[in-house]
Design a protein around this ligand. Sequence first.
Ligand code: 13P
Length: 250
Amino acid sequence: MQVTTRRPMVAGNWKMNGDTSLIKTMQSTLAQADLSNMDWVICPPMPLLGLFDKSTKLGSQNVSQFDSGAHTGETSTSLLKEVGCQYVIIGHSERRQDNHESDQLIAEKVKKTLDAGLTPIFCFGEPESVRDDGSLFEYLSAQLDAVLEVIGISAFADLVMAYEPIWAIGTGKTASPEQAQEVHAFVRDYLAKQDANIAQQQVILYGGSVKGSNADELFSQPDVDGGLIGGASLKPDDFLSICLAANKLG
Ligand code: 13P
């Protein structure tokens, strides 16, 4: 039997929200707690990245696939590193939808991020129609395959995955713990076909209407290693409860 050393993690995706005052209250709220068994990460909008204490782990919500040059509005991996970023959310459904990011572009960005020594938080997940028409696992495997083909299974050791069913994002309609577990176990088995050890160590977060009130039961599922949090990551007390739920797993 393999020993699992997966470290629980909670990442707050502030999306296009937050300001300097939220940075202060978030940092002071979380500093009060013992969260030594888990990692918490804040992914604020780009202009706020440089304004956090050095002790806060930071992620960006996007990255360019290019190194530098004439790409107005884009941010490179090296600029993210300059402002102390360690993680990059890639493949979020809002960017897939609003910015027409394809599976191929997402795979390219994952590779670029890994090459720069940053940790991608690779997001995948289905719209409700896919669940309804019975093609859930085919749909998810296509999203995973696009990245697997470009970076290979061994590189999965250096990234975090986040399952975010689109129908559960910002809707208050959380996946049930059983629905989350079913997909997380599927993903782990899918990776295990290529490398059992990497699959066993793979951190897989759940995202979609996670709150302080439902984090415990979601995170208690055997293949759920923490969460990627939207709305509740803007409320310091709620975010702290979620982090404490993850800390209990460690
Ligand atoms: P909510 O927690 O607001 O549903 O958002 C989830 C999400 O999209 C995190 O990336």
